[in-house]
Design a protein around this ligand. Structure first.
Ligand SMILES: [Zn+2]
Length: 138
């Protein structure tokens, strides 16, 4: 077993290995696999098979790649998109939890999300990001 692990370590030398993007691809592969169990349409099933093959092939290609710089750039781009999606979910959850006490409004000049007390009447809001001042009626 140790000999095998050593040989694997030598094989992986100078290769990129796994990162966040690759783990996402592995999870995507398993999600597609589970979906495929419930798909009875032959054409759709073949399309899913091809998609699964492409996903796992790309993940393995990335893990074994020697072009580490390019893989790092890909991972950075993926992380940027992933964080944006994650932030959206976090904000949506927060808006829902605080819906009784706060309202979320967008700054008209920089589109930042601003939180104001959920009180009827006119609010003077100053955006902390761009210092734009505007009034909002709730
Ligand atoms: Zn603003």
């Amino acid at each position: 077993m140790r000999g095998l692990m050593q040989r694997l370590a030598i094989f992986m030398q100078g290769r990129y290995g796994n990162d966040k993007f690759n783990y996402f691809l592995y999870i995507l592969f398993w999600i597609l696999w589970v979906i495929n169990i419930f798909v009875w349409n032959v054409t759709a099933s073949i399309v899913l098979d091809l998609l699964m093959f492409a996903v796992i092939f790309y993940a393995l290609f990335r893990a074994l790649s020697r072009n580490i710089n390019k893989r790092l750039i890909e991972n950075r781009a993926f992380t940027k998109i992933f964080d944006r999606v994650k932030n959206w979910f976090t904000l949506t959850k927060r808006k829902f939890n605080e819906r009784k006490d706060y309202r979320y409004i967008k700054c008209p000049s920089c589109r930042a999300q601003l939180r104001v007390k959920n009180k009827k009447g006119k609010h003077i809001v100053k955006c902390p990001r761009c210092n734009n001042e505007f009034s909002k009626r709730i």
